[in-house]
Structure formats: C-alpha cells, structure tokens
Ligand binder design. Structure first.
Ligand code: AMP
Length: 125
C-alpha cells in the first residue's frame, strides 16, 4: 500500500531498520551519506536501491530539507554505484517513486538503479 508522503518520518520503516543494522541487507556500497543494497525483488539484472542516511520520507522532503552536502553526496554516490556496477556502457535508469500516484511503498527516500538489459518504455501506457 502506498505511503502518505506528507506524514512525519516513521523511525520504524524497513529502511530505517536496515540503516540501524536491525535488519540485514545485501549491501553494495556505503559512505557517510548513503547506503546502497540490492532490491529484494529485483526487476532487472541489476536493481540497486540507494538511500540517504538521514531521515527523509521522500524526494519531496529531501529536496526541500536536506543540506547541500547530503544532496551532493547522494547524487555523486548514485553515479559512482552505477559506474562500479558496470552500467555506463549499456545504460541504466534512475527512478524514485514519491507518494500515492507513484506507488511509493517504503517511507524512507530511495532511488532505484536499474540496468543490465534493455529497460523498455519509461512508463506503461
Ligand atoms: P517503492 O515502490 O519505490 O517504494 O520501492 C520499494 C522497494 O523496496 C521495492 O522494489 C521492494 O522490492 C524493496 N524492498 C522492500 N523491502 C526490502 C528489503 N528488506 N531489502 C531490499 N529491498 C526491499
């Protein structure tokens, strides 16, 4: 069920628990700003989730309230993770779902990185 992106940050969400080490993840990268791990239900040969360490519900919250350093850290990390995964030559897609219409399921901002095969049209018609 989609989350309400207008709700305050919920410290019990599953990605907050992964960040605190309470739940495992298949980690591919971490630094002071982000954690990245493989999606548990991959939709492409490479399907990585990149999350900021800070408590941001969605892209809307992050883009308004995160520091320039946090925003820069996330953007640079996404590029580096895609390069390290060997996705640049073939191409890849970065996607964030925000709120109801996009079907956001987890109330902690996450960017999906998809790659490893032709990814088809941007949206189903
Ligand atoms: P979204 O629909 O953009 O909110 O995507 C949530 C994503 O989180 C989905 O692709 C899920 O497969 C993924 N997911 C949920 N729980 C976990 C988990 N414990 N570890 C890795 N990925 C997860």
């Amino acid at each position: 069920m989609p989350i309400d992106p207008a709700e305050p940050y919920d410290e019990t969400n599953i990605f907050a628990r992964i960040l605190r080490g309470e739940l495992p993840s298949d980690k591919v990268y971490e630094d002071g700003h982000v954690l990245a791990f493989n999606d548990i239900r991959p939709l492409a040969p490479t399907h990585i989730l990149v999350i900021p360490r800070g408590p941001y519900v969605s892209w809307d919250d992050f883009s308004e309230n995160a520091s320039d350093e946090e925003i820069c850290g996330l953007v640079r990390a996404v590029g580096r993770i895609a390069r390290d995964a060997g996705l640049v030559a073939g191409g890849y897609r970065v996607l964030a779902n925000i709120g109801f219409d996009a079907g956001q399921e987890v109330a902690h901002l996450h960017l999906h990185i998809f790659g490893g095969r032709p990814l088809g049209p941007m949206l189903a018609r």
